[in-house]
Design a binder for this molecule. Structure first.
Ligand code: GLU
Length: 296
């Protein structure tokens, strides 16, 4: 069924780790954008990387998002959609947009085959709701690999096919996804898909302005860490909303329903957003006091 205004967004986490603060923030912005427009929010588990994806990580992500109150309207797993990717790959082979290339002989003496996109080597320009007009020359990408075989599509291909099949209107994702966009636009053109509107959100940084990452910051990047410390889901949601966005007023304390009303993607800023647990603790106390007043 088509949703009102046809707004459809997706969050596409890879289940290669527990629910990360950045994943939760980006999910929240997708959720707010869809809900304020009567649109649909799809959760898609990007598990094409069979070696690194696990069911335990998938469950941690699903449970964490539900705990935060970010319920999806539909759920998909890429591992269950291989026939669809195969159909598109075959079409692209037939129409000459991709070709099978023989790779170097491997150490084991095998000659691998991969499927590569025939790069039209051109300038790609797209409008980003956060960053304005973005231009890339695709020449430097060469004929990049889109699948290891008809049965093994890689991320870019699976993502573009899914966005097309699911009629995604807006791709709202972290800034680290911006370099994927030119490749994905070339694949869209090869399968004649409509280009979605893009919004690349600022990264979340640690207090030393380095990117918040598992490798460097350990468990401090997981939502579970804050859940286990006793922060409420309402406070975490409220604080995440302020990571990269502000309402343009002095108000800092919001419920999820209020955020749906006031969130404005055009107010998302480009610069990195610093995660500050002290501020989260302050927001948590404010929510705690609000609850006391409400329950009187
Ligand atoms: N699975 C990708 C990631 O986690 C999704 C990026 C996207 O939204 O296209 O980075």
């Amino acid at each position: 069924m088509k949703s009102k205004n046809n707004i459809v967004v997706r969050m596409a986490p890879s289940p290669t780790g527990n629910l990360h603060i950045g994943t939760a923030r980006t999910t929240l912005f997708n959720y707010l954008f869809a809900k304020q427009r009567g649109g649909k929010f799809i959760l898609r588990i990007d598990d094409t990387d069979r070696e690194r994806s696990t069911k335990a990580f998938e469950q941690n992500i699903l449970d964490g998002l539900i705990w935060l109150g970010l319920e999806h309207d539909e759920l998909y797993r890429q591992s269950e959609r291989e026939d669809i990717y195969k159909k598109f790959l075959k079409q692209m082979l037939d129409s000459g947009f991709v070709y099978i290339s023989k790779e170097e002989v491997t150490e084991a003496g095998q000659r691998n085959e991969v499927i590569r996109l025939k790069n039209p080597n051109k300038k790609v320009v797209f409008e980003d709701l956060v960053r304005g007009s973005v231009e890339f020359d695709t020449t430097e990408l060469g004929d990049f690999v889109v699948a290891k075989s008809l049965e093994e599509p890689l991320y870019h291909l699976a993502s573009v096919v899914d966005d097309h099949e699911m009629a995604i209107t807006h791709v709202i994702r972290g800034e680290d996804g911006i370099s994927n966009t030119p490749r994905q636009i070339l694949i869209q053109e090869a399968i004649r898909a409509t280009r979605p509107i893009y919004a690349h959100l600022p990264l979340i940084l640690a207090s030393d302005r380095s990117k918040l990452s598992k490798r460097k910051h350990g468990e401090a990047v997981w939502i579970d860490t804050y859940k286990n410390k006793g922060y409420s889901p309402q406070a975490i949601i409220n604080y995440l909303a302020l990571l990269g966005w502000n309402p343009g007023t002095n108000q800092e304390i919001f419920t999820l329903d209020e955020l749906i009303k006031v969130f404005d993607i055009s107010r998302v800023h480009k610069g990195g957003a610093i995660f500050d647990e002290k501020k989260l603790a302050w927001v948590n106390r404010k929510h705690f006091n609000l609850d006391k007043v409400r329950n009187k």
